[in-house]
Ligand binder design. Structure first.
Ligand code: ACO
Length: 375
């Protein structure tokens, strides 16, 4: 039997830090409100493209695995943030890595994109279609955040991380997978302004309207992640006691605490990064995985649970059995160019391009064409 071992890992965090106090300079909000409702203290704002973030993360993962770029069969770019719609983003990472024998897929299930990508690559390795893959989780949300909306602007940050997955005879890597989608609640989490429905509206890219029902998302997210975690443990004849580490999606500290409580796993076993990075959507789980490895929280043979949810509302819970190696084979010298602006300056640059038509226009941002006529 072939398994799909995780043999390489690497993150790429942009250096510019946006604090809660920075947000208070242009939003009616406060450090106290953001900390108490979300657990967030700061987040990163990228000065480079999403492909650059991804390339550095993927280079680090390749070096960590000791794998040559020529040997990569597949790159999965997981996330919502594309530098361009065509050509796809995975091909941009492919050319930057020099992975000339690879196929390249963009995969968007919102915040669960990395986890869905890991499940996809694992399945393709297990069935013999490919042997080596890079799976990336990346977001560059700062470029299309509605910075005038305090309900959402305080919640997100930029970042990227990647893993290398390779065919192996050892029983390790993804050993259990539950994927699902609570599509009845798809309206509760929507970013208006992207996509064919808005054809003809002449919306400046990045001038978006975020329709979020935070409380609906909160309840459904907790329910879905707890249910999926119970199912994936049951399918593998395990209980919560068998889990060594939980690496959950990081949308809100209170969501993470609820998932831990209802899954029956003590918070000490849960990896939390939301305080320093906010919600990086598809990047949250892989960045937290890389940090867990760096901090020595992943041990040889560790059983790791990864519950996540995102727009759709897609959800999942993955069960990973770690292999023997918890240290990198090699280190990449690839790094981001120097950042010469503060995070607040970077955000203000995006803000200056937003809403050229005024708030009233944005309030009217309804699709030009019917979103769907099939009921
Ligand atoms: N600063 C100050 N006040 C704010 C802010 C802010 N940044 N944002 C909202 N408020 C106000 C609201 O306007 C509201 O005021 P009102 O009572 O006068 O109307 C008040 O604070 C309370 O708002 P609630 O929605 O009740 O706050 P809640 O405790 O539910 O927290 C939050 C909001 C953090 C969004 C929460 O609902 C949540 O975490 N939801 C799920 C996570 C989520 O939606 N994340 C988005 C991404 S989802 C994903 O990752 C897939």
């Amino acid at each position: 039997m072939t398994y799909a071992a995780i043999t390489g890992w690497g993150a790429c965090m942009p250096p510019a830090i946006l604090t809660n106090d920075d947000l208070s300079t242009f939003l009616e909000t406060s450090d106290e409100w953001i900390r108490s409702r979300t657990g967030m203290q700061e987040r990163r704002i990228s000065h480079v493209s999403a492909i650059e973030l991804s390339t550095v993360a993927a280079s680090r993962a390749l070096a960590c695995a000791g794998l040559d770029a020529d040997d990569v069969d597949l790159i999965i770019y997981g996330g919502v943030s594309n530098d361009e719609q065509v050509p796809n983003s995975a091909s941009g990472v492919q050319i930057a890595l020099g992975a000339k024998n690879s196929a390249s897929i963009d995969l968007n299930t919102a915040c669960t994109s990395f986890c869905y990508g890991l499940a996809t690559a694992t399945a393709m390795i297990k069935c013999g279609m490919i042997r080596n893959a890079i799976v990336i989780g990346v977001e560059l949300i700062s470029r299309y955040m509605d910075w005038s909306n305090r309900n959402v602007a305080v919640l997100f940050g930029d970042g990227a991380a990647a893993v290398v997955v390779q065919a192996s005879d050892n029983e390790e890597g993804l050993i259990g997978t539950v994927l699902g989608c609570d599509a009845e609640a798809r309206e509760s989490l929507r970013v208006r302004g992207f996509g064919c429905s808005y054809s003809g509206l002449n919306v400046t890219f990045g001038d978006t309207l975020w329709d979020f029902d935070g409380q609906v998302i909160f309840k459904r997210a907790v329910h879905a992640m707890v249910e999926a975690s119970a199912r994936v443990l049951r399918q593998n004849s395990m209980t919560a006691d068998d889990v060594d580490l939980v690496i959950p999606h990081q949308a809100n500290l209170r969501i993470i605490e609820s998932v831990a409580k209802y899954t029956g796993i003590p918070l000490e076993k849960v990896m939390v990064t939301v305080q320093k990075y906010g919600n990086m959507s598809a990047a949250t789980v892989p960045v937290a995985l890389v940090e867990a490895l760096n901090e020595g929280r992943v041990r040889p043979g560790s059983t790791i649970l990864m519950p996540a949810f995102g727009g759709g509302l897609t959800y999942c819970s993955l069960l990973v059995k770690w292999g023997e190696r918890i240290t990198p084979v090699g280190v990449s010298t690839r790094a981001l160019p120097l950042c010469t602006e503060t995070a607040l300056e970077l955000v203000n640059r995006v803000r200056a391009t937003q809403d050229p038509h005024g708030r009233s226009f944005r309030g009217l941002m309804t699709p030009v064409f019917a979103e769907t006529q099939l009921v």
